[in-house]
Design a protein around this ligand. Structure first.
Ligand code: PEP
Length: 255
């Protein structure tokens, strides 16, 4: 059985006051509701502390959007796993396409970050996904296989229990154009079979695979109804408490 996980990726949005206002409003929306899904909120670094404080006893989890793979040292502007842990962070997003695209994160860097996070007792949301030209060129599976294998190589089956994969086709991120439920299902099934080839069927069956890319209250339920779609990583629609709450409320229980 695998957990449904719905995560909010705020990217470079919201200051501390706005982040706190969101948490108050979201908790109000979710009052007396026991969501089927595990809920993860990933604010920018500057708001982690405030959000951690407000989420205490809520059952919602705190996530960071990035991590450095070294423990400490001369890496100006970077944040280590130990620093995130000291703020009460549970999850970290690794390998988001914006990090790969705008900050030069290669498969190799992504793999180092995944290893550092897991060995530091942080859970990982690993993002993979193809560009539009890769999809149009018929190499989606090749790209997904390369990204998954590079990031998971050398991990143990035990470590995989702390890892979630987010399938995020780049052409669907922030564009308003989501993958169709069938496109998402096909990519998720392929990712699961790749993981099965590396770690065995049991590990792959228990792996949560989220879909990300223009998830909104209007399309969440249908996307998440597909057998291999186990949750969502939500950007734009997670910035407003009511729309994120609607997505969480429409999420099915564990599969
Ligand atoms: C994301 O950034 O992970 C994302 C899926 O963004 P959006 O929901 O805005 O497409």
């Amino acid at each position: 059985m695998r957990k449904t996980i719905v995560a909010a990726n705020w990217k470079m949005n919201k200051d501390v006051d706005e982040a706190s206002e969101f948490v108050y409003a979201f908790q109000e929306e979710m009052k007396d509701l026991d969501p089927n899904a595990e809920v993860v909120i990933c604010p920018p670094f500057i708001a982690l502390d405030a959000v951690a404080e407000l989420l205490q006893e809520s059952g919602f989890k705190l996530g960071a959007q990035n991590i450095h793979y070294e423990n400490d040292g001369a890496f100006t502007g970077e944040i280590s796993a130990r620093m995130l842990k000291s703020l009460g962070v549970h999850y970290v997003i690794v390998g988001h396409s914006e990090r790969r695209q705008f900050f030069g994160e290669t498969d190799e860097i992504v793999a180092k970050k995944v290893k550092k996070a897991l060995s530091s007792d942080l859970k990982v949301i690993l993002c993979v996904g193809e560009s539009l030209s890769e999809r149009d060129g018929g190499v989606t599976e090749k790209v997904l296989e390369r990204q998954v294998k590079a990031a998971l190589d050398g991990l143990t089956a035990q470590q995989l229990t702390s890892l979630v994969i987010a399938y995020e086709p780049i052409w669907a991120i922030g564009t308003g154009r989501n993958a169709t439920p069938q496109q998402a299902q096909d990519a998720h099934a392929f990712i699961r079979s790749t993981v099965a080839g590396m770690f065995g069927k049991e590990v792959a069956t228990s792996l949560t695979i989220q879909y990300g890319g223009s998830v909104k209250p209007e399309n969440a339920a249908e996307l998440l109804s597909r057998p291999d779609v186990d949750g969502a990583l939500v950007g734009g629609a997670s910035l407003k408490a009511d729309s994120f709450a609607k997505i969480v409320k429409s999420s099915p229980a564990s599969k």
